[in-house]
Design a protein around this ligand. Structure first.
Ligand SMILES: C[S@@+](CC[C@H](N)C(=O)[O-])C[C@H]1O[C@@H](n2cnc3c(N)ncnc32)[C@H](O)[C@@H]1O
Length: 252
């Protein structure tokens, strides 16, 4: 998805996007940031969107920089956080050479989404560069496994109705729009806008290749009720769909 798409989404963000900051049962990112809270640490929120995290970050850290490549997102984040003391910059993560300082903490909540895989690798290298040695990345990314999991739940329920596997697979393909998913590259086509989703192994590989170490990866589970509201599947007795939340460190 490019800047223009995000500019458009900014006008009606929460009706278009399920957010791990609002629609999850529990968000371990907030627990970790509370535990880290320090008046000595500098933080950058990469792809800050409407700036949902900014009040919390300003309250708990020494200095906060918020960036986004969408001018509309930055305009709204600024308006919502006027007088907060945070710095707001229109900046593509692809090239952050213009940043004046390096940071103790980088946060990226569902903002590393480039479907251009070479650009994706550059973004990871740029994030590595803007951290101080020993600095930490806290990121949430869409989980590719979660889509495959939802397909499995759907197929399994349909099979319980004694429908043939062939028909169930055809039904799943239409209902879950298989043609929009490229599982080999973890790419999803949302009505023409292609977005990256990540396998767990891929996070270890790509960010490890980018120089990061000491990975801790867990699920951020969404509320099933949010899936229902969005007109998607609803299997409240099962584990819910999730994003990946991970932390990793730039070695000293
Ligand atoms: C799903 S929204 C998340 C916003 C915010 N982090 C939150 O969780 O509320 C993704 C945001 O990342 C931004 N973004 C995507 N790719 C980017 C890039 N290459 N550089 C900077 N911002 C980017 C978009 O403009 C959008 O505001």
């Amino acid at each position: 998805m490019n800047e223009e798409t995000w500019n458009r989404i900014s006008c009606d963000y929460y009706s278009e996007i399920l957010s791990p900051l609002k629609d999850c049962k529990h968000n371990p990112l907030i627990d970790d940031l509370k535990a880290l809270k320090s008046s000595k640490l500098t933080v950058i929120d990469l792809g800050c969107g409407l700036g949902e995290l900014i009040p919390f970050l300003v309250e708990n850290f020494k200095a906060v920089t918020a960036t986004d490549f969408s001018p509309e997102m930055i305009a709204q984040a600024l308006e919502r956080n006027a007088g907060s003391g945070a710095d707001f910059l229109i900046l593509d993560m692809d090239d952050m050479s213009g940043l004046k300082s390096t940071f103790d903490v980088a946060i990226a909540v569902n903002s590393i989404l480039s479907s251009d895989l070479a650009k994706l690798n550059r973004i990871i290298r740029e994030i590595f560069k803007i951290l101080k040695p020993g600095g930490k990345l806290f990121a949430i990314l869409p989980a590719m496994e979660s889509y495959i999991y939802q397909n499995m739940l759907f197929v399994d329920r349909e099979l319980e109705k004694d429908v043939s596997q062939e028909k169930v697979i055809m039904h799943a393909s239409k209902k879950l729009d298989h043609k929009s998913y490229d599982p080999f590259h973890g790419l999803i086509n949302f009505e023409g806008d292609i977005q990256k989703a990540f396998y767990r192994f891929e996070i270890l590989y790509r960010f490890g290749k980018g120089g990061f170490s000491e990975f801790n990866i867990v699920r951020v589970p969404y509320r099933w009720s949010k899936w229902k509201e969005a007109g998607q599947m609803y299997y409240p007795r099962e584990d819910p769909p999730w994003d990946w939340y991970f932390t990793c460190v730039k070695p000293k």
